[in-house]
Design a protein around this ligand. Structure first.
Ligand code: SAM
Ligand code: SF4
Length: 334
């Protein structure tokens, strides 16, 4: 536990008045799967041992963020569960004064082995990526096998996370027929399902071919029954708009970064990459190198790095202006 950490005086706001209280921490850019929209074929930009944040450094950075008003943390990657010290990192972050919510985003393949330990470490919510229930389609999209993911979901349910959500990236021509089966699967197991619009990250995939607007997914679900808006803070701290499906236990979220108007108006987060860069916006190229401050700086330098990233947070993303450039999602932490 950090002993030198005091909770901050109050929330930080960016230049547009948005409260920034959410830090998404990518603990690694490595992954045991190969989703075509996230990890480009032949990608060579991996972090090196020298520039990868160690557990101590991640905890130090989150503690600094907490002093500036961050209250919610999500550990992501790459695949965070490939890091053998993930449970230790989670426990130490949960012990930081001011941190009120801790979640993990995972592909689920390694979850069965670690779900109980994550809950004991303080992780309250887990988001598991699942773009399809069809094993062959799952293999085409991710390069991996679906069985360990389903085992991971079972283990997560048994481990007692407060909330287990499914993340499905909408992929035209691939998984639109999977939307209703995933809604039904989520309803049966008590897992809210979030449908996420494909974003044009670097990676050589055909964005225009596969992009499917959330409005179309909503129409498909609404053919089954009315979608009733359900704003519920327990469902998460991110950008999803939630609904329940009339006459069903299904809870469904939609994340439409490209097509939903005013999507960025409620943005509340900063990102820390596994190589120590602060990224104010996923949909803009700018990053601030905080590694020197995290590794060797004093508290003031570290605070200044976060303040600088906050100052550079833009009003909105620019996915439409520079599609497919820069670093791929696996390097940034989706
Ligand atoms: N490996 C973990 C997982 O798959 O959940 C955590 C990291 S992954 C980068 C986080 C989320 O980003 C996943 O739900 C993934 O589907 C999503 N994602 C990756 N690339 C994306 C893209 N180009 N557009 C939209 N979502 C993407
Ligand atoms: Fe790995 Fe997650 Fe990216 Fe798929 S989306 S390649 S599981 S990091």
């Amino acid at each position: 536990m950090q002993t030198d950490v005091l909770p901050s005086a109050g929330p930080s706001r960016d230049a547009y008045g948005r409260v920034i209280d959410y830090l998404r921490v990518s603990v690694t850019d490595r992954c045991n799967e190969r989703c075509f929209y996230c990890m480009p074929d032949g990608y060579a930009g991996w972090s090196t041992a020298a520039d990868r944040l160690r557990a101590d450094e991640i905890v130090r950075a989150v503690a600094a963020a907490a002093r500036l008003g961050v209250r919610k943390v999500r550990l992501t990657g790459g695949e965070p569960l490939v890091r053998s010290d993930l449970v230790e990192i989670a426990a130490r972050i949960w012990a930081i004064p001011g941190i009120e919510a801790l979640g993990v985003s995972t592909n689920g393949t390694l979850l069965a082995t670690v779900a109980h330990r994550l809950v004991r470490a303080g992780v309250r919510s887990v988001n598991v990526s699942l773009d399809t229930l069809d094993p062959e389609l799952y293999r085409r999209i991710t390069g991996g096998k679906i069985a360990p993911v389903l085992e991971g979901l079972e283990a997560a349910h048994a481990a007692g996370f407060e909330i287990v959500k499914l993340n499905c990236v909408l992929l035209r021509g691939l998984n639109e027929e999977q939307i209703l089966p995933l809604v039904d699967f989520g309803a049966r197991h008590g897992f809210p399902v979030r449908f996420i619009e494909l974003m044009p990250m670097a990676g050589g995939f055909d964005f225009a071919r596969h992009h499917l607007p959330v409005a179309e997914a909503m129409r498909r679900v609404a053919a089954r029954g009315a979608l009733v808006p359900e704003p519920d803070a327990r469902l998460g701290h991110g950008p999803a708009r939630y609904y329940r499906l009339e006459n069903s236990p299904a809870r469904i979220g939609f994340i439409g970064a490209l097509t939903v108007e005013h999507f960025c108006a409620t943005c509340n987060k900063l990102r820390l990459t596994s190589d120590g860069k602060l990224r104010p916006c996923l949909g803009r190229e700018g990053e601030l190198d905080a590694l020197p401050a995290i590794r060797n700086g004093g508290e003031n330098e570290l605070a200044e790095a976060f303040a600088e990233a906050l100052r550079h947070k833009p009003a909105a993303h620019e996915f439409d202006r520079c599609p497919g450039e820069g670093r791929p999602m696996t390097a940034l932490g989706g």
